[in-house]
Design a protein around this ligand. Structure first.
Ligand code: GLC
Length: 556
């Protein structure tokens, strides 16, 4: 049962949400895998950090073909991570510290171990069991040619053939068969799942690949990959962001609104920004991730454009914007900022996932500028924490952790690595268990090692080390989160002209100002009320000199 006042239906609008990747957060039972009791044991840490909510990446039973995003049972806890009773204990430990809980719903696909998929395999072609997934005959006289040449998200073909000769669609790994959202069982079952967690007291939901669910694959033959990619994504694309997906969310919204306070939801929808409001409006999921900063360089012009654009999108749809610099799918931001800017395609997007191209352990590749990357990350983080809207922070970023690129091929787990034959290293480097102590077995993560090896340099970034250092990232995050409460009374800001293209400044209605120097030349600003800074600064004669790659917050 939630302890929060029923009237606070808007708690999420400016919340700081801390993303926990449960298998790598804290391991209470010493099996090398983080667990639910581990999260409970760190509830005080989360409270002291000052977050408003946590979002838990999947903790459901899973064969871990995709780090838990291959769910075998949506209404249970993976036995290696605990039990439903452990979940309830965690929920009340967090609620009693005023921290809300968001869980991840993965509706596009199940695990191939899910009882439905197993039943579909047994039941054979044409059966109601197969109709819950997307099965199809192959091309060619014997149907042994793949139905289309589409490429799955982690590489390799999007279709896999089963024993009796039919093929099934998987937009991700073969162990993640796509569900058929035209099937009423599928719709009903997810409503049941949402109610199951909402009834337990969960406060919100993060919806995985929210733009995919509904598909129209009625054409025969299917378009080729090239043809598919050329179809405009305008609501009628066979696969992505179809307008009908909103019927699913309208139904979910009605369910969310039966609760008091209504349950929040945030879409992971990789769609063009003019289509984001379809997900981020009060009749749909309500909020949607804005991933623009994940693809941006540490660059004032890019940041300003992204902020202005997303604030206006959010205002137009009645939502609040979200700001994200790191998550479990991307190279951690101190590392991105410590490497050369990525090559970009003609449309301005990074040619491959930002930062990834430098992590291939190429001996001739650029050397990671650790200090500079972290300095920029601190400046960028304090910049976004000053903005209206909500911020999602990813476990370990409060420690200033870099991506771990030292993992050996034999230690990798991400399907991306295997399905691209090592061409892309994948996302494991941001999923290495957190260092809680400066030394000791798995740096305090658990009593018996960790499912990914931690590099030696982790000790320097441990909670224990940073607790004792007033200038550490951890202390900076804590101060920023505490001060931020004073900014949350409004959802607007105004840019202040700075006279320099590489310096951004804005003011919140309470008079607080945030100034970020993205350049390297110092910038002087008239004030004597510096409330926070990402690097040490000196205030003299009514002026603060802001060094390069530094943010200051000025109290109103
Ligand atoms: C989302 C998740 C990612 C996962 C994928 C498939 O993008 O964030 O981790 O691999 O969906 O479920």
């Amino acid at each position: 049962m939630s302890i929060f006042p029923a009237s606070d239906a808007n708690w999420w609008r400016q919340a700081v949400v801390y993303q926990i990747y449960p298998r790598s957060f804290a391991d209470a039972n010493g099996d090398g895998l983080g667990d639910i009791a581990g999260i409970t044991s760190r509830a005080d840490y989360l409270q002291q950090l000052g977050v408003d909510a946590v979002w838990l990446s999947p903790f459901y039973p899973s064969e871990l073909a995709d780090g838990g995003y291959d769910v075998a049972d949506y209404r249970n806890v993976d036995p290696r991570l605990g039990s439903l009773a452990d979940f309830d204990k965690m929920l009340s430990a967090l609620h009693s510290r005023d921290i809300r809980v968001i869980v991840d719903i993965v509706p596009n696909h199940t695990s191939d171990q899910h009882e439905w998929f197993q039943a579909a395999l047994k039941a054979g072609r044409g059966s109601p069991e197969r109709d819950r997934y997307i099965f199809r005959e192959g091309k060619g006289p014997n149907g042994d040619e793949i139905p289309s040449d589409w490429v799955a998200s982690f590489g390799g073909p999007s279709w896999t053939r089963v024993e009796d000769g039919q093929w099934y669609l998987h937009n991700f790994a073969p162990q993640q068969p796509d569900l058929n959202w035209s099937n009423p069982d599928v719709r009903a079952d997810f409503v049941k799942t949402i109610r199951f967690w909402a009834d337990r007291g969960v406060d919100g939901f993060r919806i995985d690949v929210a733009h995919m669910l509904v598909k129209d694959l009625s054409m025969d033959p299917l378009p080729t990959k090239e043809e598919l990619d050329a179809i405009p994504v305008d609501g009628n694309h066979p696969m992505w962001d179809r307008d009908e997906v909103q019927d699913v969310y309208a139904q979910w919204r009605a369910v969310f609104n039966e609760y008091d306070p209504p349950r929040m939801a945030v879409a992971e929808a990789w769609v063009a920004s003019d289509r984001v409001p379809r997900y981020a409006n009060p009749h749909s999921l309500g909020q949607s991730f804005n991933f623009d900063l994940l693809e941006a360089d540490f660059d004032a012009v890019q940041f300003r454009r992204i902020v202005t654009h997303n604030l206006s999108l959010a205002a137009g749809s009645g939502s609040s914007s979200t700001w994200v610099l790191s998550n479990h799918d991307v190279v951690r931001h101190p590392t991105r900022y410590g490497l050369p800017n990525p090559a970009r395609r003609a449309d301005g997007k990074p040619a491959i996932k930002h930062g990834q191209e430098w992590l291939q352990r190429d001996p001739d590749g650029p050397v990671l500028q650790r200090e500079q990357g972290l300095r920029r990350a601190r400046a960028a983080t304090t910049f976004i924490l000053g903005l209206p809207g909500s911020t999602y922070i990813y476990q370990g970023e409060e420690l200033g952790l870099h991506e771990v690129y030292e993992l050996d091929s034999s230690e990798r787990q991400d399907p991306t690595f295997f399905r691209t034959h090592g061409e892309e290293v994948g996302r494991d480097g941001c999923r290495v268990p957190l260092p809680w102590t400066a030394s000791g077995t798995s740096h305090g993560f658990g009593a018996n090692g960790s499912h990914f090896p931690q590099p030696d340099w982790f000790g320097k970034y441990s909670v224990e080390t940073e607790e004792g250092d007033l200038e550490s990232p951890l202390r900076m995050y804590r101060s920023a989160l505490a001060l931020r409460k004073q900014l949350e009374t409004s959802e607007t800001m105004e840019w202040i002209e700075t006279g320099r293209d590489d310096v951004l400044a804005f003011e919140r209605p309470n008079g607080w100002k945030v100034v970020t120097n993205f350049g390297t030349e110092p910038y002087a600003y008239a004030t004597d009320t510096v409330a926070l800074s990402s690097e040490p600064v000196f205030v003299e004669n009514g002026k603060v000199e802001i060094p390069g790659e530094t943010t200051v917050w000025i109290a109103g």
